[in-house]
Write a protein that binds this ligand. Structure first.
Ligand code: IVH
Length: 678
């Protein structure tokens, strides 16, 4: 079959593009495009070459793994090449993989293979050579055949042993694994770099790769790196078990760190179960992963299956949906929030990212917008990780259309036309319209009915916007004056839903002081502060009449928050709304104020809270502890007195157990507080 000139040209330009991105990614540690886009380019080229094998050139990016190592490091030739992995992006592709295995192994259709299943760590591959138990060489993967000598850098990573422990290890043993930067270390590193005006890392993977490629080992040593081993290379002068999983167990035994999440599973269903389980816990893991890897556990079968080009036939990476994608900015608009904050939002060409279709992404504030210089028509990287609000990560400047203009902060509120003001030193610009601004009114009402506030079920955003637009809702008290007839007249609201809504409104009237204070939407008063105020004062009238000085005795309330609270209750119209709410029947149990926190039963004790508690939010638990004089911090250390752990507690729980810190559940915490206060 002859290949047309156009196809040849297409392949060549794809190769050039991939080479460019390889260079950015491997040599510079500064990728321009998200991985998903790179994967797509690579797949496109692979498909083209598969269709026209005469197109394959020895220097095609499909024929090797990475790019050439940098000249400043000595080159290490890998005695056994370091391979890459094929990918599966769907269940179907996983089933195909399993079928191919059964075919090649000449096994029955319904046979179930045993797999070693492991998270796919998002860091940089390394090879560590141990001779007679001593670490003699560390190397990067490089292009798979030749890597860079980074012995001086791997030696600085504390979790990599310089000498193996125990006995029975082969005389020469090459351990392979992933060096990565845990999420917490990555965040802390970037916070510091930002504060010092230095360059930050785009993601933990680049952080790990960049840190390993330092000529000065002191720089590497200062980076919070870690490593998990996932395979072996050269093995001489000794035997290893005949299953992959058991080999990894041996490494673990000899003091090499391996991933605690690895499992042995059976068949496609076992693989899918592992994928779902790790996927659900992905955000709680302390390190970044981009999928899971399944490896045929039996080495005998692995040998029988062999390799295709640079990847083993016996393993596959099952990827999670990409968390970063490319799309275009169709418009940049400004939204007005509850407190008047004017926030820029990018309206995007819809794109599937992080498992959902995203068409809006926050730009945080005007400084952020200007720093990233996002313009209409730009191609941008959007990121959506876990339940975090999608955001624009960066602009691909090379794709910027000609004649685009920088976006400016509007001088008037896009909703009410009041002046937009930005105070000295403030990052946030605000609409000065206050409750005259329909947007601020609507947002204040949405906050009032929200789940953590009065929790009026079925009172959606659209409904509030309609009622605000028609002037039937001006403030929260008006909610309790709405009639069923009035509601059922509204668009998309039937008789039945109007009835249900009336019932939810009625139910919401019995609430708690914490929820009520939070619902009022006082600036700077979040749930934790509301809970602190409620337990400190016990009664609303005590909060209303407290002086600024008095208020500062409440845990977490400083001069700024105290001034906001005073200002709120100093406004006659706010007090009127509160009186009306109480007249319509909004009520909560009032209590006697608790003793002053300094003398509280938990005074001098330090707590950490983790996981999901059965009935309290973490903020509520925090407020409870603080109101009893305890201190709440973010991470477990030897100074921690108690860890309050709920469901899905992760690394903090294991750390607490290791340090023998007392662990409480929600009941235990409540017991501790009430026991000592009675
Ligand atoms: S096994 C023969 N296991 O993914 C297969 N690789 O695309 C060799 N990776 O370069 C790799 N986690 O850096 C394997 N549990 C894991 C992994 C893993 C991350 C990386 C590794 C490799 C790349 C392959």
């Amino acid at each position: 079959m002859t290949v047309s000139a156009a196809t040849r040209k297409k392949a060549e330009s794809l190769r050039d593009l991939i080479r460019h991105h390889n260079y950015r990614y491997h040599a510079l540690d500064d990728p321009e495009i998200p991985d998903a886009e790179y994967d797509r380019l690579m797949r496109e080229l692979q498909a083209l070459e598969a269709e026209h094998p005469t197109l394959i050139a020895p220097d095609s990016p499909t024929q090797r793994v990475g790019d050439a190592p940098m000249s400043a490091f000595a080159t290490v030739r890998h005695e056994l090449p370091m391979l890459s992995l094929g990918n599966a992006f769907s269940e179907e592709e996983l089933r195909d993989f399993h079928h191919r295995l059964l075919d090649r192994l000449e096994l029955e259709e319904d046979a179930e293979l045993r797999f070693a299943a492991e998270p796919k760590l998002d860091g940089a591959a390394v090879s560590l050579l141990y001779e007679d138990g001593l670490l003699v060489q560390g190397a990067t993967r490089g292009d798979g055949n030749n890597g860079e000598d980074i012995t001086h850098n791997v030696r600085t990573i504390e979790s990599i042993p310089l000498r193996l422990v125990g006995k029975g290890f082969p005389r020469r043993l090459e351990v392979r694994g992933e060096v990565f930067m845990p999420k917490a270390g990555f965040d802390a590193y970037n916070d510091n770099a930002r504060a010092a005006g230095e360059k930050t890392f785009v993601n933990p993977r680049n952080a790990a790769a960049g840190s390993l490629r330092q000529l000065d080992p002191r720089l590497t040593a200062a980076r919070p790196l870690d490593m998990y081993a996932y395979s072996v290379g050269v093995v001489e002068g000794g035997d290893l078990p005949t299953r992959h999983s058991e080999i990894i167990d041996c490494l673990q035994k000899w003091g090499i760190k391996t991933c605690p999440e690895r499992r042995v599973v059976s068949g496609v269903d076992g693989c899918l179960g592992f994928y779902a389980d790790i996927g659900a816990r992905r955000d709680d893991l302390s390190y970044e992963i981009d999928g899971v890897v399944y490896k045929v556990d039996s080495l005998e079968m692995q040998r029988e299956l062999g390799f295709v080009s640079r990847a083993p036939r016996w393993a596959i990476a099952h990827k999670f949906p990409a968390q970063e994608e490319l799309t275009e900015v169709e418009a940049v608009e400004f939204q007005v929030g509850r407190t008047g904050a004017v926030t820029p939002v990018a309206r995007l060409k819809p794109v599937f990212v992080g498992g959902v279709t995203v068409s809006n992404a926050t730009l945080h504030n005007i400084d952020e917008l200007h720093r990233k210089d996002v313009r209409v028509g730009d191609t941008v990287i959007v990121r959506r990780a876990g339940d975090v609000i999608p955001e624009v990560v960066s602009v691909i400047e090379s794709r910027r259309p000609k004649g685009s203009r920088r976006v400016q902060l509007p001088t008037e509120c896009p909703v009410c036309k009041s002046r937009v003001a930005r105070e000295e030193g403030e990052t946030v610009a605000r609409c000065t319209g206050g409750l005259f601004c329909a947007a601020q009114r609507a947002e204040a009402l949405k906050h009032f009915v929200s789940r953590r506030a009065l929790d009026i079920e079925g009172f959606g955003a659209k409904l509030i916007e309609q009622l605000v637009a028609s002037d039937r809702l001006k403030n929260p008290a008006d909610i309790f004056q709405l009639s069923k007839d009035e509601l059922s007249e509204l668009a998309r609201m039937g008789e039945k839903s109007a009835e249900n809504l009336m019932r939810s409104i009625d139910i919401s009237k019995s609430t708690t002081l914490t929820r009520f204070l939070y619902a009022l939407g006082i600036r700077e008063v979040g749930e934790a502060t509301a809970a602190g105020l409620a337990s400190h004062y016990g009664r609303l009238k005590n909060v209303v009449s407290a002086s600024e000085e008095e208020l500062q005795k409440v845990a977490d309330v400083g001069p700024i928050v105290a001034a906001r609270i005073r200002a709120f209750f100093g406004e006659e119209h706010n007090l009127e709304v509160i009186t009306r709410l109480q007249e319509y029947g909004v009520e909560w149990p009032e209590a006697d104020p608790v003793e002053l926190a300094e003398n509280g039963v938990l005074a001098g004790k330090t707590f950490v809270i983790t996981g999901t508690l059965p009935s309290m939010t973490r903020d509520e638990a925090k407020a409870l502890i603080q109101s009893a004089g305890g201190k709440v911090t973010g991470s477990v250390s030897s100074k921690t007195d108690y860890l309050v752990a709920g469901e899905k507690a992760g690394s903090k729980l294991s750390k607490a157990e290791k340090l023998e810190v007392a662990v409480l559940d929600e009941g235990g915490l409540q017991g501790l507080v009430s026991e000592s206060s009675s």
